[in-house]
Design a protein around this ligand. Structure first.
Ligand code: ATP
Ligand code: MG
Length: 578
């Protein structure tokens, strides 16, 4: 492909709006452009990469027995009312109305549509199992779209849905998708991990997330250093020491002035106590009802655990106004003693101690000598905090570490949640009507591209894994005004292209410095540099974009030599498929 004919609007400066490297580089390399918040156009290079990712996804999905379909993006409200999600999905669901006043939504996911399809068509156990998938644009009205393709409002997803006759079949379908995902992310050259995950608003019984390991990831993972345990911290269970049978006695509660001390650190420092001696009181709104969650001062309350404990649809931190109204005090002085009308949930770990400090529900005041058993009427006590590196691995008791990850894929075993709500049944061998057992499986195709860049870049630009790069080889004739380098570069380009290798020829009349820096920015895994000086010595130069290693190859046998070098570079990228 000739670079002069491709629309690649590169930028010298990094756009101010971009915070993470993938967003910066996707904009700078002219791969995407923003239309409005969280909504992008994919330009030729960006689209090429997305299509390459999609191709690998398709190959592995097809190999795993899934069949490709394409469902509508606009979905009727009735289907969502049947599943109950019209009420429950919340504000991420973009709702619209047609000229006949009928309600619709833009599909954020397709359980309802696919379930209605299958329930109307599939009657007999003989037609099962079935797994159907699509690669399609999704819309979610994310509260905080950010980081470019990482968290868009409109984005490309591969979503698959399996329907089985029984649990064993559903487990096999799940495993087949898990294995396909492992192959997909390995082929894409990503360093990733599958972790146990929360099932979120999709619902269902169990799930794994596929996480690309990167500092910029929005998720935190707890990974055991000893065993295979890995889980999203939203889900990772905290195992605490056995309960102490007898706690020391605690003096009577007394108020203490703590002027201006609001945070745990401030209060602890003011009273000369460690943060563990302070109770952190976190007020949350669960489906519109206020609840108080208590954790030790040095811990974080876990919203997902609270949500699951309450069976709530949405749980959010209460706003400062709500906190002030409920406690009668400014933010920073909430506490459980005497807090009436608000259910109090205590993290299990707090029960291991006594004689705590907590907010007094009065400005500039805390209470000390608080004994939770004596002074607080708790509604329940449970695991409500986030795991820390001090906690033991819930599986083996070993040491865990926390790492950041980007969620690129998610597999769920749904069970009968949708088949029950939407009556997706079949007749078994004995003519009995039974519910189909479902699974659903997503990959964020556009987020995968961002994740590839987060893992593979340097100061000069992207270093794309060969299977994802828009072009594998970038041929750079240093001057197109000179016949010999121009002609040889063209010849190399044509020969590689004829071999089916995606090759880009920089046929523009630009200075070598511009060509070099743009080639590094665009990040093709390999560059072939053809200059008059080298040719005078009978050589061309090849550069491995990742290692920076340059090598001179004989110009007269350039194409063969490049093919051999390419094979070597590719091998360096390939992680073995188990
Ligand atoms: P997240 O926790 O990041 O919001 P999710 O759990 O809502 O993700 P799923 O419903 O499992 O995501 O969707 C399947 C896949 O779609 C995710 O694994 C992710 O790769 C991708 N995805 C989800 N939301 C977005 C988004 N806003 N932008 C880009 N990709 C997304
Ligand atoms: Mg989400």
């Amino acid at each position: 492909m000739l670079q002069s004919r491709l629309y690649i609007p590169t930028l010298k400066e990094t756009p101010a709006e971009a915070e993470v490297v993938s967003h910066k580089l996707l904009l700078r390399a002219g791969m995407i452009r923003k239309i409005t918040s969280g909504i992008y156009t994919y330009l030729p290079l960006g689209l090429r990469s997305l299509e390459k990712i999609s191709r690998i996804v398709r190959e592995e999905m097809n190999a795993a027995g899934a069949q490709e379909i394409l469902m509508p993006m606009v979905q009727p409200a009735d289907l969502w009312q049947e599943s109950g999600r019209w009420e429950h999905y919340g504000k991420e669901l973009l709702r619209l109305r047609d000229r006949h006043d009928r309600d619709y939504c833009l599909g954020p996911t397709h359980e309802e549509v696919v379930t209605s399809l299958v329930r109307d068509e599939v009657r007999s156990y003989r037609q099962l199992p079935i797994n159907m998938y699509q690669i399609q644009t999704k819309f979610r009205d994310e509260i905080r779209p950010r980081f470019g393709l990482m968290r868009g409002r409109e984005f490309i997803m591969k979503d698959a849905y399996s329907f089985d006759r029984d649990e064993a079949g559903a487990d096999a379908s799940y495993q087949a998708m898990y294995d396909a995902y492992t192959r997909i992310f390995t082929r894409l050259g990503l360093r990733f991990r599958a972790v146990a995950a929360d099932t979120g608003s999709i619902g269902g019984s169990f799930s794994h997330e596929f996480m690309v390991l990167a500092e910029t990831g929005e998720d935190t993972l707890a990974v055991c250093r000893q065993c295979a345990y890995a889980a999203n911290v939203e889900k990772a269970e905290v195992r605490i020491a056995a309960r102490v049978s007898e706690l020391p006695s605690c003096p009577a509660v007394e108020p203490v002035a703590t002027p201006g001390a609001r945070t745990v650190e401030e209060v602890a420092a003011f009273l000369g106590l460690p943060p563990q001696a302070v109770i952190k009181t976190v007020l949350m709104e669960a489906d519109g009802h206020l609840v108080a969650v208590l954790v030790r001062g040095d811990r974080e309350a876990n919203v997902v655990k609270v949500k699951n404990m309450l069976g709530a649809v949405t749980v959010d931190l209460a706003s400062p106004e709500v906190v002030e109204r409920a406690t009668g005090a400014p933010v920073g002085f909430a506490g459980p003693v005497g807090l009436s009308g608000v259910p109090i949930y205590v993290d299990q770990e707090l029960m291991l101690g006594t004689d705590y400090v907590c907010g007094a529900n009065a400005a500039d005041t805390h209470l000390r000598h608080v004994d939770l058993r004596r002074d607080v009427v708790a509604t329940a006590c449970a695991d409500l905090r986030t795991i820390t590196p001090e906690d033991p691995c819930p599986a083996c008791g070993g040491a865990v570490e926390l790492v950041r990850g980007i969620e690129v894929g998610h597999v769920f075993k749904l069970g009968t949640k949708y088949s029950e709500a939407m009556h997706a049944t079949f007749l078994d061998e004995n003519g009995r009507e039974r519910l189909m057992i479902m699974g659903c499986y997503g990959i964020g195709v556009s987020r995968v591209l961002a994740a590839c860049i987060e893992q593979n870049h340097d100061d000069a630009g992207m270093i794309l894994p060969p299977p994802v790069a828009p072009f594998e080889i970038h041929v750079l004739p240093l001057s197109v005004r000179e016949e010999a380098p121009r002609a040889l570069a063209q010849e190399i380009h044509d020969a590689l292209t004829a071999q089916g290798i995606d090759t880009l020829l920089d046929d523009r009349d630009e200075r070598p410095g511009v060509k070099f820096s743009e080639a590094d920015l665009l990040g093709a895994p390999m560059q072939v540099i053809v200059g008059a000086k080298g040719l005078a010595r009978g050589v061309v130069e090849v550069k491995d974009r990742r290692t920076g290693v340059r090598q001179e190859l004989p110009a007269d046998a350039a194409v063969q030599a490049i093919l051999a070098w390419r094979a070597e570079v590719l091998e360096g990228w390939c992680t073995s498929l188990a």
